[in-house]
Design a protein around this ligand. Structure first.
Ligand SMILES: [Zn+2]
Length: 297
């Protein structure tokens, strides 16, 4: 059995674990994301301790962003222009390699999750998919032909612009860069800001949910037109409100208005827009998938 270290490096918490495959999950530790020094020190000491027990093949980091993924860039493996000021230009990959002496796979948290769903949540053997997470932030990852998409940087699908329902939802949006972009309107903290309670406490039949479903449907449609994914996976804490799935599917069909004629949309939309098959393992499995990518290269 091969063991991999998985680091889910999130803006609010870090989760470090040891896995062999999605069904073999060994150790796990979670701690809040504080300063880079303290957080990375805790990460390294966890893995150093585990290395006495498990012979690790590689480490994968699925990271909050933006991050530098260009291997020929002098800042490859860094977190770059994040709104979390202390973390700007943190050399996360360099530090882990130096301290743990292991190969380190690195990508955005959502590209990691998209890759994990592609590898282990894909009984249909589709070739491309989009993964959106709607939680503390909103992010979108894209996998095409088994590879996470990188370009100039990486997809930033959480910051696309959508049409806001200003009449029913005059909230100004809280993205520090764009105000009312997708994340600025749909992330969990925006629900807290609007109603004073976290998303999990907003009643299932609250009139805001159809508005949010419309926003997320607009995001799905942008992806459908642009990437033409064979599947759209929606995960993250806000999607714990399960009534959103049928609302979003219905809204996608309404907004497409018959323009895309495909059985996956017209007949099987419940298999087309889905929760992650890996459920709450998507994060850790994403990081493991990034570690495993190194073996192919
Ligand atoms: Zn934004």
């Amino acid at each position: 059995m091969k063991y991999y270290g998985a680091i889910e490096a999130g803006g609010t918490k870090f989760v470090c674990s040891i896995l062999a495959d999605p069904d073999h999950y060994f150790e796990e530790v979670r701690f809040p994301t504080t300063t880079p020094e303290e957080t990375l020190e805790r990460t390294v000491s966890f893995f150093k301790e585990q290395q006495n027990k498990y012979e690790l093949t590689a480490i994968g980091v699925s990271c909050f962003g933006p991050i530098d993924l260009n291997p020929s860039s002098p800042t490859y493996g860094y977190i770059t222009t994040t709104p979390k000021i202390k973390w700007r230009y943190t050399n996360i990959v360099g530090f882990l390699k130096q301290e743990l002496n292991l190969p380190v796979g690195f990508d955005t948290d959502v590209n990691g999750a998209a890759l994990a769903e592609y590898k282990w949540g894909n009984p249909e053997n589709i070739r491309n998919l989009v993964y959106y997470t709607v939680g503390t932030g909103v992010g979108g990852g894209v996998v095409i032909d088994g590879k996470p998409v990188h370009g100039l940087v990486h997809p930033e699908a959480g910051h696309i612009l959508i049409r806001q329902n200003l009449e029913k939802d005059p909230f100004k949006g809280d993205c520090p860069y764009h105000g009312n972009c997708l994340e600025g309107l749909c992330a969990g903290p925006t629900i807290q800001a609007r109603f004073g309670i976290p998303p999990q406490d907003l009643p299932e039949d609250h009139p805001f949910w159809p508005i949010l479903a419309n926003y997320l449907a607009q995001a799905c449609i942008a992806q459908i037109y642009q990437i033409s994914p064979q599947k759209i996976v929606l995960g993250g804490g806000v999607m714990g409100q399960k009534q959103l799935y049928p609302m979003i599917r219905k809204e996608v069909i309404r907004l497409l208005n018959g323009y895309i004629q495909h059985p996956m949309i017209l007949e099987h939309i419940d298999q087309y827009i889905t929760p992650p098959i890996l459920g709450n393992r998507a994060g850790a499995c994403g990081a493991m998938a990034l570690a495993q990518m190194l073996e192919k290269q």
